[in-house]
Design a protein around this ligand. Structure first.
Ligand SMILES: Nc1nc2c(ncn2[C@@H]2O[C@H](COP(=O)(O)OP(=O)(O)OP(=O)(O)O)[C@@H](O)[C@H]2O)c(=O)[nH]1
Ligand SMILES: [Mg+2]
Ligand SMILES: [Zn+2]
Length: 223
């Protein structure tokens, strides 16, 4: 019986991976780069997206998919403050986005062509890391108030993240957070992680992250 249970779980993950791989290829054929943004609740996903989109929207046609259990506040904010096409995905209580839900969201975008699509995943450190969405880049945000030990507690999230943004550095004076220790812990989990320190609110580091995204898309297009 125990073996059967494991098989079911594995096949569900396999199916998710296959679906995600198809999405990744379809988007590649359309020339649409897809970034999955993950973080705990309140780490600054929406604030970071607002800042980044304003730096990128002249060069790229951008859409944003906001995933939430309830409400449309983030989608409305993105649309009002950036003029970017945004849609809300309600997950019906689910605490992560899987590849099928992501595909449904992508299909729900108008038939326009987009150069760049962001998914703001559900605020959750655990299961979003387990489900490949079909993104070309996983971007994770760790904020200063959460503590520099979080990579030790949520290893998988860091293993699957290509880029880690250490956000809210304007609050460093108020918390026992060492950027050096955080970087060390992140790299212990994923030695290839690209790390930036930012304040999404104040704007520190946003130009650097926007340049990184531009360069990444440029390279991806030639692959
Ligand atoms: N001081 C400071 N506050 C920030 C920064 N970035 C975000 N915040 C604040 O943190 C709070 C949460 O930010 P959001 O961008 O809504 O966070 P989120 O990750 O999208 O939150 P959920 O979607 O609810 O999970 C807000 O009050 C922001 O103003 C920052 O760089 N510095
Ligand atoms: Mg948000
Ligand atoms: Zn979940």
């Amino acid at each position: 019986m125990a073996i059967r249970t494991i098989e079911i779980k594995k096949s569900a993950f396999d199916m998710n991976s296959n679906r995600a791989e198809r999405t990744r290829e379809e988007l590649k054929n359309e020339g649409t780069f897809f970034i999955n943004v993950m973080a705990s609740p309140g780490a600054g996903k929406t604030t970071t997206l607002l800042a980044l989109i304003n730096k990128l929207k002249d060069e790229f046609k951008i859409a944003v998919m906001e995933a939430d259990v309830e409400s449309t506040v983030d989608a409305v904010k993105i649309s009002e403050l950036t003029g970017t096409h945004s849609i809300q995905i309600h997950t019906d209580g689910q605490c992560h986005m899987d590849a099928d839900m992501t595909k449904e969201g992508l299909d729900g975008l108008d038939n326009n062509h987009f150069d760049l699509i962001f998914l703001e995943n559900i605020g959750n450190m655990v299961c979003p890391a387990e489900f490949d969405t079909g993104s070309h880049l996983n971007l994770f945000i760790l904020s200063v108030p959460e503590g520099d030990d979080k990579p030790l507690k949520y290893p998988l999230m860091y293993q699957v993240s290509d880029v880690v943004l250490i956000n809210k550095i304007d609050t460093l004076d108020y918390f026992d957070f060492s950027i050096e220790r955080a970087k060390h812990n992140i790299l212990m989990r994923n030695k290839n992680a690209v790390i930036y320190t930012i304040s999404a609110k104040r704007g520190d580091g946003i130009d650097e992250v926007a340049s990184f995204i531009k360069e990444t898309i440029k390279k991806w297009r030639t692959q």
